[in-house]
Design a protein around this ligand. Structure first.
Ligand SMILES: [Zn+2]
Length: 356
């Protein structure tokens, strides 16, 4: 299996996030990925490669893809956000930028305010996602890793599938907003790269505990990309405002989105049954390539989630996904029980590769 890592990931290291009304130390920390990479190395997976080592540098092609999946205005905002934050007040250089105001129903969003704090809210949906000095570099390199992995898959250079070992995660990020620890939607970018490389029908399977609202939103009106997500019921679980079972797609995309919400407290029997439904939908759709948004915050020990999957269950998940027999790129998403996430991610990949 091809492992593509993000050598810039540790540059995104937020200090605090707003969580249940309090500023708490960030859950989404660089050590998460270090545990995953260490466990993969311990089990003899191949040496991780940097995205630049995979293909002829095609910076223009990547920039164009970034600006098709996300809006150019949003990409420009993220690229310059840290400098603007520090320009507001030099003391900001020692702080993280956290949004504090959002345009809700009835507010105007057609005119983008000049004020940076206002625009930080315009392009986000929560205060859990600190923007730091290195956030853009880390997010951009992670997106590049996802795109290069997808391209390697499409050219046959990764016959055993690929894993994108990156953070910050991506599945909550939409066309022009960040949130849920995500800035650029790595999985959606990988899916679009597969479409661009000639795959007529691509599917995204999101197994993170939280609904992949950004991915759903990006492809909601498209018939060429099926989005399927198994997650905690949004009536009680983040991101709350999207992820219900009746969201099936719109227009040409009607029928191309499947949400499988499960109650908080669900164990693997219920989760496995939802996965069977997801795999049926993927088969019916006739995708020729698959992106898996691989969050392991479904783990029983996860500090911010509510399912009860055990480490050995992740081997089953990998095996079940392998039965689709599709070219597959796994993109790392959530998972916050810091040490066990290495074992859980490696178990999915090992099950998928038939190594167990
Ligand atoms: Zn999650």
């Amino acid at each position: 299996m091809l492992i593509v890592h993000n050598p810039e990931h540790a540059r995104h290291a937020g200090r605090h996030e707003m969580y249940r009304g309090r500023l708490v130390p960030c859950h989404e920390v660089p050590q998460r990925l270090e545990h995953v990479l260490a466990e993969l190395q311990r089990r003899g997976f191949g040496r991780p490669v940097a995205p630049d080592a995979l293909a002829e540098p095609d910076a223009a092609g990547f920039e164009a893809l970034l600006r098709r999946v996300h809006t150019p205005r949003y990409v420009d905002f993220l690229a310059g956000a840290w400098d603007e934050w520090v320009a507001l007040d030099p003391e900001n250089a020692g702080l993280d930028a956290l949004p504090s105001i959002w345009p809700v129903r009835g507010f105007r969003t057609d005119i983008v305010p000049d004020n940076f704090a206002a625009r930080l809210g315009r392009f986000s949906f929560d205060a859990g996602t600190p923007l730091t000095a290195g956030s853009w570099a880390a997010a951009r390199c992670g997106a590049l890793a996802a795109v290069r992995a997808a391209q390697a898959l499409a050219t046959g250079a990764a016959p055993g599938g690929a894993f994108v070992a990156t953070r910050p995660p991506g599945h909550h990020a939409g066309a022009d907003y960040f949130g849920g620890y995500c800035f650029l939607n790595n999985g959606a970018l990988a899916a679009q790269a597969l479409r661009d490389a000639g795959h007529a029908r691509v599917a995204v399977l999101d197994v993170d505990y939280h609904h992949g609202n950004g991915t759903q939103d990006l492809f909601y009106e498209r018939a060429d990309v099926l989005t399927v997500s198994i997650h905690g019921d949004p009536r009680s679980e983040y991101p709350f405002y999207l992820g219900h079972a009746d969201e099936r797609g719109r227009g040409a995309g009607l029928g191309c989105n499947l949400n499988l919400p499960l109650p908080r407290g669900s164990a693997f029997a219920a989760w496995r049954s939802a996965l069977a439904s997801a795999l049926d939908a993927l088969r019916r759709f006739g995708a020729t390539a698959l992106v898996v948004a691989l969050g392991v915050d479904t783990f029983e020990g996860d500090p911010i989630s509510g399912f009860h999957l055990r480490s050995t269950d992740y081997l089953d998940i990998g095996r079940a996904i392998a039965t689709l027999q599709l070219p597959t790129v796994f993109v790392f998403e959530g998972g916050y029980a810091v040490e066990p996430i290495g074992v859980n991610v490696a178990n999915v990949l090992e099950g998928f590769a038939g190594l167990d």
